[in-house]
Design a protein around this ligand. Sequence first.
Ligand code: MG
Length: 180
Amino acid sequence: MRVGMGYDVHRLVEGRDLVLGGVNIEYAFGLLGHSDADVLVHAIMDALLGAAALGDIGKHFPDTDERYRGISSIKLLEQVRELLADKLYVIENIDATIIAQKPKMLPYISKMRDNIAKALEIDVDRINVKATTEEGLGFTGEMKGISAQAICALNTITNYQYDDIMAERGCSSCGGCQKQ
Ligand code: MG
């Protein structure tokens, strides 16, 4: 078992969409960043890369690279899934917290979990997303920014039955064609 943690912050500004967990959230402000600034997905990616000892998102997706300008962070999460697959890691679970004074996140949490599960090709019950305020304190309380924290656990593929892995990936037959 390997664990990883991730933390990220983005500044709230006018004139940007607020995207969290791949969900466009109705709000007067959005997060500033090179990509879509999805602070939740960024924290999750850093947790996953950390658990796999693969560095961080800045190493894999530098904000100086024009390929990543405005990109959906869910697309980057899909690339993280591939990096983990290359190392034969299986995601046990992810738990994440969005820290924001506003807006209310509850109506969007289910869709965020769905988006993250789909990008990672894992069951949605392996992903938990929650939200909290900081009671008006600090930069999130003053609505200057939103932060997110995530933790995850990875296992190695050798601890899993091969058929279980193929079933998780949606292979309905023996899976032998994908074994190599
Ligand atoms: Mg970020």
